[in-house]
Design a binder for this molecule. Structure first.
Ligand code: AMP
Length: 174
């Protein structure tokens, strides 16, 4: 079987989580399978090399899992982008719109001091709001966004359109 098709078999659909009407793409069965987790990282690393990143920026929280493992494979630093109030030192913030209300992501002000070429990683691209805000944070911090990588993309939500100024790559599309 094609490696990406194989990885897809380990993503579990959970209806009505965390709210009614949302079909949650649960990656824990994939993480639980050593061969498939490693194969996911092989593919991401192979595609990431050409962007020559010197830092991986992972988005809380599932972006930390893939992002940190990828950083190790690529011999890069790792920077966490987190929900408000979680990072201990001085931060840059970026607010973005949700369907109802707003949300915020934060990054340490000095996180990109020694790392300029950033590759942003998250598990899933939905509407693209979180990823776009993260790209803006990287730029605020003095970095340049080389690409955004996702394991899963929900194409019908058209998040890619919001990220049209950047290079976006996803392995599995629904
Ligand atoms: P968005 O800002 O709409 O692109 O949402 C992206 C963030 O929400 C990612 O960090 C995802 O982990 C999470 N997310 C959104 N929709 C889903 C879904 N259907 N299944 C799993 N995670 C989701």
């Amino acid at each position: 079987m094609d490696p990406v098709e194989n990885i897809k078999t380990a993503i579990r659909d959970v209806p009505d989580f965390p709210k009614p009407g949302i079909l949650f793409k649960d990656i824990t069965p994939l993480l639980n399978n050593a061969r498939l987790f490693s194969s996911t990282l092989d593919i991401l690393a192979e595609k990431a090399h050409r962007y020559e990143p010197d830092v991986i920026v992972g988005i809380e929280s599932r972006g930390f899992i893939f992002g940190a493992a990828l950083a190790d494979r690529l011999n890069c630093g790792f920077v966490p982008v987190r929900k408000p109030g979680k990072l201990p030192y001085k931060t840059f913030s970026e607010e973005y719109a949700l369907e109802y209300g707003t949300d915020t992501v934060e990054m340490h002000v000095d996180a990109l001091k020694e790392h300029k070429r950033a590759l942003i990683v998250d598990d899933l691209l939905a509407t693209g709001g979180t990823a776009l805000a993260t790209a803006h944070l990287v730029e605020k911090g003095g970095g340049s966004v080389q690409a955004l990588f996702f394991v899963i993309e929900l194409e019908f939500l058209q998040g890619r359109k919001k990220l049209s100024n950047y290079t976006t790559l996803s392995l599995i599309k629904y």
